[in-house]
Design a protein around this ligand. Sequence first.
Ligand code: 6LW
Length: 503
Amino acid sequence: MTTFEASQGRRREVAGTHPVIGGFHPDPSVCRVGEDYYLVNSSFEYSPGVPVWHSADLVRWTQIGNALTGAGRFRAGQAGASRGIYAPTLRFRAGRFWLITTDVSSGGGQLLTSATDPAGPWAPAVVIDGLEGIDPDLAWDDDGACYVTYCSTRPGMEGIAQARVDLERAVALEEPRLVWRGTGLAFPEAPHLYRRDGWWYLVIAEGGTERGHGVCVARARNPEGPFQPAPTNPVFSHRSTTHPVQNTGHADLVETPDGGWAAVYLGVRPRGTTPMFHVNGRETFLAGVDWIDGWPRFDEDRFACEIPDRSFVDTFAGPGLHPRWVSPGAPLQEFVTATGPGVTLAPATCPSGNVSALMARVTDERWRLDVTLDTSGGAAGVLLRLDDQHWCELRAADGSAHAVLRIGPLESRVGEATTGLGPAPTVRIASEPPTHGGPDDIALSVVRDGRGVTLARFDGRYLSTEVAGGFTGRTAGVRALSGTVHVGSVRYEADDAYTGPRP
Ligand code: 6LW
């Protein structure tokens, strides 16, 4: 679609400096079925949970659904910021996709679901008890025994642990055993176990998910170990480099149909002055993998790709909502009515206290979001959220609008437009070039005669992970503050794919 007026021709980049799935899509897990690849991400407090993606080439991905839709033991709207659903693993076996993850807000245990079609429906989620920790992996040995290998948080058993499980009954078949403590870096986590060439490779993340993040590997002849670490550990990291993509780690490997290998991993794109700020959370990147002397080596230049144009216009023509839409609070079905065209929103609350809003992950470094509203039945808020303590909102009602900014405990009214908006305004939030050394400026505007009139502008660092902490990135969207609000359309224009001056 058309992007900003001032944008120019497309540019080419490689996957190593640009995500293959932009925006808050961390902890990628990938599997291949024939010529098709499927990938999932963690989703924290947002529901529906665990976005599911399809690709034919590992480079271009389309979201086909969300795996945790609220059935069974997954309860949406319960989790505070950066709690809820942590790293998942997706695997395919005997005609069925298996997905295992952790809901850290529901008292431990590993959450399991399955589907024959990864677009859904997914079975109601069940819990495997007795495996206290996060980041569960699934692997099967030649006899069909299924191993869950995970990051144990059990006191006295911290490290990478493992137990055989019965997936059909969702039970552990033995007490978990510690299989590796990692190489000695912080937080050995995110294990994945693979069979290759007579070895079992245990790939993990270490160093923490910040600038020290990396990928380490060990191998054994038996899936239960004993595991011997690679002499080249960490086999992949951008720590202490000036690479534009930082925090790289948490990899999952996949074999391609030609016998080659690739890895998806998470990384961030920090911008601005020191310590630099990343705002879109941890994103999904892609590298080739070579096996050198029996150990994996990452090749970030393997997959040259054109940066995708992630712009969209959603007029909610239905049927159903696009899978991009999520809520950090009450589940969407509790406050969104698809009236088609457009949607009607009502206010909603939930146990976590998080805002209930129709939100989409922001996927690009420079972008703008226009929301066309009908506020004749209530008051609307168009918001950009990092978490419940770091957000901004443009509130529109009765023909006027004002902007609110929340940074930690400080909440302030930062701009007004008092007249002439009418009952059907278009309001805009945009990421613009930084004026204070931050990653960007955020501008909140109302659109009059097709032009944005800015009510408030502030340094985007206040909606960054370096300021807010946590595991998530920015999401943008709309909610009803009172009464009912009709949303005619949401237009997201992304500029990452283009070169040239930006407006
Ligand atoms: C995840 C852990 C991690 O469970 O961050 O980067 C945690 N790695 O493996 C939350 O995504």
